[in-house]
Design a protein around this ligand. Structure first.
Ligand SMILES: Cc1cc2nc3c(=O)[nH]c(=O)nc-3n(C[C@@H](O)[C@@H](O)[C@H](O)COP(=O)(O)OP(=O)(O)OC[C@H]3O[C@@H](n4cnc5c(N)ncnc54)[C@H](O)[C@@H]3O)c2cc1C
Length: 290
């Protein structure tokens, strides 16, 4: 179906122009990155912005850099570019592992990681990875720059703390100084164009500390701090895993929908937590890299 309503299309070449348009038209605008969510919503008449600001022409948004142990991913970097990036492969292989689970190659060639967290659907695959790394979302408006910790980014299903005059310029991740390894476990009905039924990401450190985050099992993707508190300082064995699974059941709130029932999601999250912990710890101790 075509887009049925009229809108102004802007294709600015610098950030200042984007910020001016956002400041002037605010709620009436939508940023266009890859368009894999926005265009679908416009075609389905779910949203009807008066002004569409295409940011793909802004050079600075196409950068992936790694300086002083900080990874910067620009607003227009696609999942395919993340998969291909030597920086990502070398320092953040978990991002590559996650990106390969997103949709199909056709979608990954257009869809951006920043668009994924701006859409903020509960099943956003980028979210658990950014959460375990304590990523910072870099936000700008014409009057102010601010950094939003990813733990404070998601405000509800499809809602973020971004204001109507702001844009996200990129996301920053600190490379942990301690030895670490991670794993992303994702449940889907089939490989290809399907959203996650459940997802869990684990980052294990060599001093027996753990970061754990999930998606698609509650209104927002989130860190599972109660599980982390229980796991921290412990060597992973079957007793620890079984207790961690019980703690998880009190901390996730899946719903039943077209993709899976609440009960199936709960059951599978236990299995994925077990698999994820075993895999992350094995990788930490010299197994395959991630
Ligand atoms: C067939 C199909 C399969 C999919 N499968 C998956 C999947 O497996 N896993 C998954 O997580 N997602 C999946 N998705 C959704 C995924 O493609 C999107 O979430 C994508 O990552 C959004 O990025 P985009 O660049 O296309 O954003 P757009 O569609 O351009 O924008 C999305 C939203 O973010 C806003 N936005 C974008 N960039 C900025 C910015 N810099 N500043 C402020 N606001 C911004 C836009 O205004 C819009 O509201 C799928 C989508 C389709 C169509």
């Amino acid at each position: 179906m075509s887009i049925l309503h009229d809108f102004e299309y802007y294709n600015p070449r610098n950030i200042e122009e984007v910020l001016q348009l956002r400041a002037e038209y605010r709620d009436k605008t939508r940023i266009l990155a890859g368009g894999t969510d926005l265009v679908v919503q416009m075609k389905d008449n779910i949203i009807a912005p008066d002004v569409v600001i295409d940011i793909k022409g802004i050079e600075a948004f196409h950068e992936i850099t790694f300086d002083e142990n900080i990874l910067f991913i620009g607003a227009c970097i696609t999942f395919s570019e993340l998969i291909e990036s030597e920086i990502i492969q070398r320092y953040f292989p978990l991002i590559k592992e996650m990106s390969l689970t997103v949709a199909s190659m056709g979608i990954r060639n257009r869809a951006t990681m920043i668009g994924n967290i701006c859409s903020a659907v509960p099943s956003a695959d980028s979210a658990p990875i950014l959460l375990v790394y304590d990523a910072d979302v870099i936000v700008r408006s014409a009057s102010k720059d601010r950094i939003v910790p990813i733990t404070e980014w998601f405000a509800g299903p499809k809602k973020t703390t971004l204001k109507s005059d702001e844009i996200v310029t990129g996301i920053a991740l600190h490379f942990p100084e301690r030895k670490h390894a991670g794993c992303y476990e994702r449940l889907g009905r089939y490989s290809g164009e399907d959203l996650a039924q459940a997802g869990i990401c684990i980052l294990a450190f060599d001093d027996d500390q753990y970061h754990v985050a999930c998606c698609a099992v509650g209104p927002i993707p989130k860190r599972l701090y109660h599980i982390e508190e229980f796991l921290n300082g412990k060597v992973i064995d079957q007793n620890v895993i079984q207790e961690a699974k019980q703690i998880m059941l009190n901390n996730i709130f899946p719903i039943s929908d077209v993709r899976a029932s609440k009960e199936y999601r709960e059951h599978m999250m236990g299995i994925m937590l077990e698999r994820g912990l075993m895999k992350a710890v094995s990788r930490l101790h010299g197994g395959e890299n991630a």
